[in-house]
Ligand binder design. Structure first.
Ligand code: NAP
Length: 142
């Protein structure tokens, strides 16, 4: 009986300590990568994409909004084709990017949950767009 309990204890101890070690190593890895990316890595040269269009979905909030801000403010991107489902939010961003960074903006209304994805190519001016960067930052879409 004692042997069985010891054996069980060892198994549980091994599982718990493995899990904690795994989480610790993973978190440390993420932290070190973030420090490296933020302070030491060389930013990707986006100059080749400055004359083409940057298409962004999910740009009215969260990561997408932060992404276009960073591209315009710090990376010299000036041409944005913004796809969203809320015209007011898109207009607001259009005004902000135009006044702050003198960006050229095209906006298009598209709901990725309700609209037919095959029709996205029919959005105004989308078919002839010369796309340099595509950033899909949607929170969810069916
Ligand atoms: N935030 C984080 O720390 C984080 C970390 C890792 C991964 N992610 C992932 O990154 C993605 C974006 O996260 P987030 O925090 O930026 O989300 P968010 O703040 O909720 O922003 C989501 C964006 O997607 C748009 N959107 C949602 N449903 C849409 C639809 N059906 N059609 C068109 N546009 C739609 C929203 O437009 P409206 O303004 O019209 O709602 C908004 O612009 C998610 O998949 C998330 O899981 C996030």
């Amino acid at each position: 009986m004692t042997f069985l309990l010891t054996w069980l204890y060892n198994i549980v101890w091994w599982i718990v300590s493995s899990y904690i070690t795994f989480r610790f190593v993973r978190s440390t890895h993420v932290l070190l990568r973030s420090i490296w990316a933020h302070f030491f890595s060389t930013p990707l040269d986006l100059k080749p994409y400055q004359d083409s269009w940057t298409v962004v979905t999910g740009c009215t909030d969260g990561i997408g909004r932060a992404y276009i801000e960073e591209l315009a403010k710090a990376r010299g991107i000036r041409k944005f084709y913004l796809i969203g489902r809320n015209p007011e939010k898109l207009n607001k961003i259009n005004n902000e990017l135009t006044s702050r960074y003198n960006c050229e903006i095209k906006t298009a209304i598209f709901d990725f949950e309700k609209d037919d994805l095959d029709r996205i190519i029919d959005l105004p001016g989308f078919r002839d767009l010369e796309v340099g960067i595509l950033s899909m930052c949607l929170s969810r879409a069916s």
